[in-house]
Design a protein around this ligand. Structure first.
Ligand code: SAH
Length: 321
């Protein structure tokens, strides 16, 4: 999965195959920029401060966030240095148009030390997973051999998430996502700051096969032509939050994206934008905001998790109702 996605992102324009929240509405990046500004104030306004985005795609989110930050928090804009974590040279070129002053890295570990705020939308879902299948009283691991799944006994594998798994149940283990979140947790604990992770996945860990491939916005066979389609899996937010908490951070959420964005004022922002436009264009802006927050669209499948330094107050959008 890691190799297939590296090849896919290096050679394709992923936005031919799927669309993402920042591409749906500029209000998405703007409210995340405002979130970062409030978080920076809660951190005590460190100067300098590092603003990181993981997997920025076309750079739309960071461009919209920086524009909003410049407007609502010019002191934060002046204090921040943008660091983008991106492996695809093709996408880096697009990101350079959006954030010319950024510094690029292949991995989070290469971002310099210091107080930081991290944003990541649809990044964790692209990281590789392993799948285990319940067979008899034990588990087999799925390997991919010559284009098909092959099961091999996974001796010693057990999982507290599935004590009563039925024959044939699939369990996914996202070591890469958990490892990244542990690294984020250590960084915010040691240097101060917070990370905001937005992705799709269930609120609670559950067995199930969520590996999927998207080609031209349609589900495709994940094993066909590896590297030609985007491979994703649901993010196990409970597992990720557990890892981050163990590593010394305070976690908030996951909350559904719709709830989070409404609390952050995305709907009001969309109405403000719409009022400045001719009616048909204004209606499209409102419709885009609806798509991001409505439970039947992206509002409920997508979740938001914050990984924070333990001394920070509850970040905006995560307050108990
Ligand atoms: N956040 C963007 C793009 C999501 S697509 C948006 O919301 O529109 C996933 C992004 O993560 C792409 O930019 C891809 O090139 C990048 N990516 C995927 N795997 C990566 C990895 N292992 N390391 C760094 N970047 C990666």
């Amino acid at each position: 999965m890691a190799r297939a996605n590296a090849q896919y992102y290096a050679a394709h324009d992923p936005f031919q195959d799927f669309t993402t929240a920042p591409e749906v509405s500029q209000a998405f990046g703007e409210v995340l920029g405002a979130w970062a500004a409030v978080t920076w104030q809660a951190m005590g306004c460190p100067n300098p401060v590092i603003l990181v985005e993981l997997g920025p795609g076309r750079g739309t989110l960071i461009r919209d966030a920086l524009r909003a930050i410049g407007r609502v928090a010019p002191a934060f804009r002046a204090a921040l240095a943008v660091h983008l974590v991106e492996t695809s040279t093709r996408l880096r070129a697009a990101q350079r148009q959006a954030a010319p002053d950024a510094t690029w890295h292949d991995r989070l570990g290469d971002v310099p030390d210091g107080p930081l705020i991290v944003l990541a939308n649809e990044f964790l879902d692209a990281l590789p997973i392993r799948q285990f299948v319940r067979r008899g009283t034990g588990w087999a691991e799925r390997w991919v051999v010559a284009g098909t799944f092959e099961e091999r006994p996974a001796e010693g594998f057990s999982d507290a998430r599935a004590p009563e798994a039925a024959e044939g149940n699939v369990l996914e283990v996202g070591d890469a996502a958990a490892g990244l979140c542990a690294e984020l947790a250590r960084r915010v604990r040691n240097s101060g700051g917070a990370a905001l992770l937005i992705d799709y996945g269930p609120l609670r860990s559950a067995p199930g096969d969520s590996l999927q491939a998207l080609r031209a916005a349609r589900a495709a066979d994940p094993l066909k032509d590896p590297g030609s389609a985007d491979l994703t899996a649901h993010v196990d937010f409970q597992a990720v939050a557990h890892t981050a908490t163990e590593a010394g951070a305070a976690c908030y959420g996951p909350v559904p994206q719709g709830v989070f964005l409404v609390r952050l004022g995305l709907v009001q922002r969309a109405f403000t934008l719409a009022r400045q436009l001719p009616p048909a264009k204004g209606a499209a802006v409102i419709e885009a905001a609806r798509r991001l927050v409505e439970p039947t669209a992206m509002g409920s499948l997508f979740k938001v998790l914050a990984v924070c330094h333990p001394a920070l107050p509850c970040p905006p959008g995560f307050e108990d109702p």
